[in-house]
Write a protein of this length. Structure first.
Ligand code: AGP
Length: 612
C-alpha cells in the first residue's frame, strides 16, 4: 500500500504535502515524490528512500505553487528508483498522476498506448493511467478524459491527478484503496489523503470516498461523483480520533492490525495468479526461468526465523504435491556447511519478507556461487534478495510494521502454495488437484474471517495462560512448523520460554518437562496424522499438563482430551497452516498485552536483521 496526499488552497502546497507524507510513511516508504502546479507548469521532485530524503531535496529545490499532489511508495511493480517513484507524467508533461493499488491490465494498456506513440519512462503499472488520460484528452475535456481512463482500469486504485489545463483542480477516484477528502475549516482550502492522519493538522471535517466513487477538488469546494461521472451527494463527517489511532486504524497495535489484514493479504498475494479453470497458478515472475524449473530435480529453500518456518511448510508442499525433493535450510547454517549443489539439477528459493536478511543473503550467494538457479520469494520490491535472484514471486503483503511477522508469514505460505501448483503442474500434478488447491485458496479469506471473529475468545485464553512461564507447542507434518512458529511468536513478543516440537518427538525427551505447571498447545486439526496427534494428547493428559488444542470445527471428541479448544474451519491439509497459525498469532499477541508488553516493539529484536 502507498500514501497519497493532495492540496489546493492558499498555502504553499509542498509544505502541506510533505507533512502529510510523513504521517503516511507507515503505509510505504521506499520512495516518494511531489508535484505542484504553478504558472500553468507542473514541477516534480522525486527521491528514493524515506520522506526525509524528499524533504532534504525540497529544501534545496523548493517547489512553488498552491496546488499539488504527493506520494510515498510501497513498490509493487518496478524497483524503488526515481523513475518508478510517483508522480508519473504524460508524454508532454502536462498531466501528473499518483496511485495506490495494483492495475492488473497494465501490460495490455501499455502495449496499446505504446503502439499509439506514447513514451514510457518507468516500469510501473501506474504510468499507464497518465498516458491513458493524455490519449483521451486529445478528443474530450480533461474531466471526461479522466473518467474515461479510470473506466479502462482493471484492479485497485486510489488515484489523484493534476492537469495544466485545469490548474486549480485535483481529480480523484477510488476502488479498493482508501481516499478521504478534507474540507478546510473555513472552506477555502481542500485536501486529499489516503487516511485522515495526513491532514488532521488542518481539519477534522472529511468526506470518505467509497469504492467506485470519484471527486473533483478545487478551492471552491468538492464535487463527488460515481465512476460513471454522475453527481453523487456525500455527507461530511467529523474525525474524532487521535493521530496515533488513525495510523493504526481501530487497532491498539500494528501487530493486531496486520493480523486482521490477513484475509486481504491472501487476496493480494493471489490476485491475478489463480487460474481455476486449468488448475494452474499464474506466476509471471517465473516466466523467464519456467523451462529451467521444469528440469529442476532438487530444491533448497533458504530462510531465517518465521520465513524459515514458512519454508519448512513449503518443503512438505513441494515434496507431496510437486514431487520434487526439497530441503529447508537455515540461512546462517547453510552458508557455512559447504553444501553440495549440482548446478544442472538444483534451484534455491530464498524466502524473506524484507529481502535484506544478511544470513539469507549470505546463503543465497553461496548457492549462486555453486551455480544453482536462484529464485526469490520476498515482500519488499527491489530489495537485495529480489535483485540478486534470477526470478521470483513478490508476496504482496504490504508493509509489515510490527517486528513480529504475521501477515508476511501468511503471504509466504500462500505464495509457496502457488509455487507448488506451478511446479506440480509442470510435472505429474493433475488438473483436478491443481483446481482443488486453487479453489481452496480463493475461499481462504472468508475462513480466516471466521477465525478472526474468535479474537475475544482467544484473548480470554491468553489471559488464562498468561501466568505460565513455559509452554510446549506440538504439531505433526504440515503443522509441525506451525507449532514452532506459534512458539516463536510467544517467545519474541510475550517473552515466554516456549518450545515448538514435532509431536512424535515428544516421547524422545520433552515429555519429561510436562506437569500441571507446563501447558501444551496442540494443533490437532483433522488431517492425515489426526489419530497420531490424539495419541500424543493422551500422553500429555497422562502427565496432567494443561492443554489448549486447535481442532477442526465439528470435532467434539477432542473435548474429553483437552482443557480448552479453539476451533478452526476445515481446509485441505496442505493449506491448513494458513488457518492454524492465526489463533497462535492472536494467542501470542494477547499474552504479550496481558503481560503489559509492547507487541509491536519487542525487546532485543529488529524488523530486519541485516547483520550476521
Ligand atoms: C519473525 O516474527 C521474526 N521477526 C524474524 O524471525 C523474521 O522472520 C526473520 O528475521 C526473517 O526476516 P525476513 O523474512 O525479512 O528475512
Amino acid at each position: 500500500m502507498c500514501g497519497i496526499v493532495g492540496y489546493v488552497g492558499s498555502r504553499q502546497a509542498q509544505d502541506v504535502l510533505v507533512e502529510g507524507l510523513r504521517r503516511l510513511e507507515y503505509r510505504g516508504y521506499d520512495s516518494a515524490g511531489v508535484v505542484t502546479l504553478h504558472d500553468e507548469d507542473l514541477k516534480t521532485v522525486k527521491t528514493v528512500g524515506k520522506v526525509a530524503v524528499l524533504m532534504d531535496a525540497l529544501s534545496r529545490t523548493p517547489l512553488r505553487g498552491t496546488v499539488g499532489i504527493a506520494h510515498t511508495r510501497w513498490a509493487t511493480h518496478g524497483e524503488p528508483t526515481n523513475e518508478n517513484a510517483h508522480p508519473h507524467l504524460d508524454c508532454r508533461g502536462t498531466i501528473a498522476v499518483v496511485h495506490n493499488g495494483i492495475i492488473e491490465n497494465y501490460v495490455v494498456l501499455k502495449r496499446e498506448l505504446e503502439s499509439r506513440g506514447h513514451q514510457f519512462r518507468s516500469e510501473t503499472d501506474t504510468e499507464v493511467v497518465t498516458h491513458l488520460i493524455e490519449e483521451y484528452a486529445q478528443s474530450m475535456s480533461f474531466s471526461d478524459a479522466f473518467f474515461a481512463a479510470i473506466d479502462q482500469i482493471v484492479g485497485t486504485f486510489g488515484i489523484a491527478a493534476l492537469c495544466v489545463t485545469e490548474p486549480r483542480k485535483i481529480f480523484v477516484a477510488r476502488r479498493g484503496s482508501p481516499l478521504v477528502l478534507g474540507l478546510g475549516v473555513h472552506r477555502d482550502e481542500f485536501f486529499i489523503a489516503s487516511d485522515p492522519s495526513a491532514i488532521l493538522t488542518y481539519t477534522r471535517d472529511v468526506i470518505y470516498l467509497e469504492d467506485d466513487e470519484a471527486a473533483i477538488v478545487s478551492e471552491n469546494g468538492v464535487e463527488t461523483f460515481s465512476l460513471d461521472h454522475l453527481k453523487k451527494e456525500k455527507r461530511v463527517e467529523k474525525i474524532e480520533w487521535s493521530l496515533e489511532e488513525i495510523e493504526r486504524g481501530r487497532f491498539p497495535h500494528f501487530m493486531l492490525k496486520e493480523i486482521f489484514e490477513q484475509p486481504k493479504v491472501i487476496v493480494d498475494a493471489t490476485r491475478g495468479r489463480l487460474d481455476a479453470k486449468n488448475g494452474q497458478s499464474v506466476l509471471g515472475g517465473l516466466s523467464d526461468v519456467a523451462e529451467r524449473l521444469r528440469d529442476v530435480e532438487r530444491l533448497t529453500i533458504i530462510a531465517c526465523g518465521s520465513a524459515h518456518l514458512a519454508g519448512a511448510i513449503g518443503e512438505y508442499m513441494l515434496e507431496e504435491y510437486a514431487g520434487i525433493p526439497t530441503e529447508i535450510e537455515i540461512g546462517s547454517e547453510f552458508r557455512y556447511r559447504r553444501p553440495i549443489i549440482d548446478p544442472k539439477r538444483e534451484a534455491v528459493i530464498a524466502v524473506s519478507q524484507s529481502g535484506e536478511t544478511a544470513d539469507t543473503i549470505g546463503a543465497l550467494r553461496e548457492a549462486k556461487g555453486k551455480g544453482a538457479l536462484a529464485i526469490g520469494l520476498v515482500n519488499v520490491v527491489g530489495s537485495t534478495i529480489a535483485r540478486e535472484t534470477e526470478a521470483g514471486i513478490y508476496t504482496h503483503a504490504g508493509p509489515e510494521i510490527a517486528v513480529a511477522s504475521t501477515k508476511a508469514f501468511l503471504a509466504q505460505l500462500t505464495v509457496l502454495s502457488l509455487l507448488t501448483v506451478f511446479l506440480g503442474r509442470q510435472r505429474s500434478m493433475s488438473q483436478a488437484t491443481g483446481q482443488r488447491i486453487i479453489e481452496e485458496l480463493a475461499v481462504l479469506p472468508e475462513k480466516i474471517e471466521r477465525i478472526l471473529a474468535q479474537n475475544d475468545r482467544i484473548k480470554i485464553f491468553a489471559k488464562k495462560y498468561a501466568h505460565y512461564s513455559s509452554a510446549l507447542f506440538l504439531g505433526r507434518k504440515y503443522n509441525a512448523p506451525v507449532a514452532l512458529e506459534g512458539a516463536l511468536k510467544l517467545k519474541e513478543i510475550a517473552y515466554v520460554h516456549a518450545e515448538g516440537y514435532a509431536a512424535g518427538e515428544m516421547k524422545h525427551g520433552p515429555i519429561a518437562l510436562l506437569d500441571k505447571s507446563f501447558p501444551v498447545v496442540a494443533i490437532v486439526t483433522k488431517d492425515s496424522v489426526y489419530e497420531k496427534m490424539r495419541s500424543n494428547l493422551e500422553e500429555v493428559r497422562a502427565r496432567n499438563a494443561p492443554i489448549l488444542a486447535l481442532a477442526s470445527e465439528g470435532d467434539d471428541e477432542i473435548l474429553r482430551l483437552t482443557d480448552d479448544v479453539l476451533y478452526v474451519p476445515r481446509t485441505i491439509e496442505m493449506l491448513s497452516p494458513i488457518l492454524n497459525v492465526i489463533p497462535l498469532q492472536l494467542f501470542a499477541y494477547h499474552m504479550a498485552v496481558a503481560r503489559g508488553l509492547d507487541p509491536d516493539r519487542p525487546r532485543n529484536l529488529a524488523k530486519s536483521v541485516t547483520v550476521e
